[in-house]
Write a protein of this length. Sequence first.
Length: 243
Amino acid sequence: MTTAKLIIGNWKMNSLKADSAARAIFFADLASGLKSKAFDMVLCPPATMIETVVGAIKSSPVACGGQDCHFETAGAYTGDISAAMLKDLGCTYVILGHSERRQYHKEPSDLVAKKAVSALAAGLIAVVCVGETDAERSAGKANDVVADQLKNSLPAGAKPDNTVIAYEPVWAIGTGKVASTDDILQMHAHIRGLAGAGFKILYGGSVKASNAAEILHLANVDGVLVGGASLKNDEFKAIALAA
Ligand code: PGA
């Protein structure tokens, strides 16, 4: 594992051709112009924009990732995209088990694990997301929920060089309610204990320029997974530079 912080931008279902290309070029130029490498940046655009982004970041240190994949390599799965297809387009990462997939597409952890197996087989790095809801935290179940998600979502072949863990408390995603530093420290230590040394553990949930430095310098925080702020060049640049 490198010590460089991993900064992932999850564009979710946002961006068309023109703004995708412009944003990717902006970050390719930023990363190419830095003398020291304090961060690794990954842009995860919607599937329709992967080719555009891969073209724009070519010959820069920035990488591209998908936001989901199917667990099969190919077949009769209308509307789905396989890990092999993402790899073929030039992706090196794929986000799996994001809370919006778990919530809106009813994806359970065992399905996330199957997708992760497929991602690893395709040579992608899987970014496996876990995180408790507000109700689960209020009920004192956050540690158990995250432990259960980790146990059932990580594939048997998960290793620090092919799998990244992202802790994203559901109540902090897109809400502006960032977890407290104590909560992040506690949960990342809990995940470190379960996953073992070496794995990169990212925090996600309302990360922005104003809180990135504090979060990125906490123990066991190896990077951030950023949604809304990754669509704003100045915000995402400041988050990366905070690393
Ligand atoms: P947010 O989203 O930064 O907009 O809270 C994070 C995520 O969903 O990965």
